[in-house]
Write a protein of this length. Sequence first.
Length: 764
Amino acid sequence: MSGKFFSAAAIVICVITSSAQQPRLSDYVNPRIGASTNTSIARAHHGLGKTFPGAATPFGMTQVSPNTITGGDNGSGYSDEHRSIEGFAFTQMSGVGWYGDLGNLLVMPTTGALKTVAGKDADTQAGYRSRYDKASETAKAGYYSVFLTDYQVKAEATASPHGGALRFTFPENKASRIQIDLARRVGGTSVRQYVQVVDIHTIRGWMRCTPDGGGWGDGAGHPDYTVYFYARFNKPLDSYGFWSADIPADRKRHRNDVISAEYQNIVANAKVFRNPDNDAIEGNHLGFFAEFPTQVGEQLVFKSGISFVDMEGAEKNFKAELENASFDEVRESARTLWDEALSKITVEGGSYDERTIFYTALYHTMLDPRLFSDIDGRFPGGDKQIHKSEAYNRRTIFSGWDVFRSQFPLQTIINPTLINDEINSFIALAQESGRGYYERWEFLNAYSGCMLGNPAISVLADAYAKGIRDYDVEKAYNIAKKTSEVSGNGALGYTAGNISCTLEYAYSDWCMAELARALGKKADEQYFRQRAANYAQTFDSATGWFRPRKDDGSWQELPKGRTEQDYRLHHDYGCAESNPYQQGWFVPHDLKGMLQLMGGKQKTLADLTEFFEKTPADLLWNDYYNHANEPVHHIPFLFNRLDAPRLTQKWTRYICANAYANKVEGLVGNEDVGQMSAWYVLAASGLHPVCPGETRYEITSPVFSRITFNLADNKQFVITARNNSPENIYIKDMKLNGKKYKKYYLDYRDIMRGGELVMDMEAK
């Protein structure tokens, strides 16, 4: 039955009449939501969700997904509007811009003449890529499939925590082929590769990726990692070979270099070695291929373990998760892992599409921070040495400026152990690297320097305040203190020319003050409280809003064509990916002080109301409430703090209904490693923080009639919204554990001890 006609009532009937037909939670996941980088639809160069549609496991190391593009600002390597696929990679990023990285171990089934270059999306005949039947594309939790029309091959993908499997159903052909582009990498190329035939079914090798090959930030993010693999074919390697492109030593290999016609011509004319005497090869641009005679419908299966440590680690991962499992068994295992992970929150009511949006959002929040350690606990450290830990799982990919707002506050409720893992990973990397401070955007141990603020301090303060403390607290605090010294507002008390930095550093100074207070460090507390108040130095009382200052204390000149009345709508005027109107609401740690600066509660409420009323209906990139980017994500909940909770309820329900949809273009902005989806999960559940580091969650109107948080120790916290509907979006009254409740917020401890919040909803 088509999803849009599958009503909530129908679900209830199915449950009553036949429990066997009840959908598993993983059945609601649609990984194609957000899988587009289309800039014209987004009305912004940032594009849309930039998710990938392929297979993954909860917080797993690997993501086996189709890739449609190597160049451009396509962080996931895939975009729905492309009409050909260049292969299926075993590593991906989710929802990022800045050109992206990973996309390693690209595997492609082919027939006909061997081609060593992928070719372009619009010209599949020039390379090994293939057009595909869009209608055949299927994406589910832990599974992806598609029909490649150029080769008449059905391709299927699934994943395990440290590896994955591909199954290709071929037509009749004397030389069907599986080929692996070892140089391929999103946003560039790996710079050195090695592959060895281990036995009649098995290969292993590695791909080294450095800034010289582009990748994360086209190299500006300092990516430096090696992906190791151990892979097995289900048929013997009776006919195989390598290809090697002769890349001149002095040739640049960044993003635009490797997609240039000249570079592509070199790759297209790579030397091919069929059935070579040597069973291994190392080079600067390598590929491997194996050819098999196939009958109609014959299936070739390729399984591989992945490691960032060494080839032995990849082999251990393979043998632990894949060696004795069929493709279908790996797929079912992935699905079961998702069922278990998604069961942390169960919802009742709402439409089928709303359930799909919710569980897909929850799914997207469980991709990162991913495993960086092998099955035996080993991981690569920031000192380029191999380390081992049995105390925690090493995690990687921390999109800090994005995820401290919703993603990590969500995980403190449903996955507190993950928070401990992440903070232990922060601490270890700061020590291993010799830097002694936390990075704001960590990528496979790289200090990328991307974005701004000190978000790791926020994550630490929030965790400590909530009693999540399975790490060396004193060590964590001392590193946080150094972090605030390395990145902060400095002697001026503000960051010259930058509103965003000034406000976000002031917030992280408040986080430091809270940590210092809790740890009894009175002098530190006083110092950081004073610094936390420095946000006010960028408030221009003459114009009534925040404005960037120069080093000498004077105000930065207004943008050309802007007046003192409208400058706050000017994008990038002292702001990161925002304008002063959007960024200026970010004083979560001192709302009382912010209100005083802005002219009092009523004036601020009127301004905030106008801010939302002028927002375009589709919520795409705009100058007002720009849900497509993170700086505004706390703002709808400020109405609660202004004693106007009905407006929080009105606007969060509006955003849930209009910024998210069950379609490819279902995210109005970049997913940003779980943040966009975490906002929906919390808001649709009726909760969201304004200030991580406080234990307070604002209450708002939930999308569903019943939301159950399944907590540790078999506890549950239930939010019940009686008489809830798309019309009845306002909370008439509430009871917490049977007692009348008049506050529009809950404490974290209220949630974690279990209980029930009952709301009666109305339309007025």
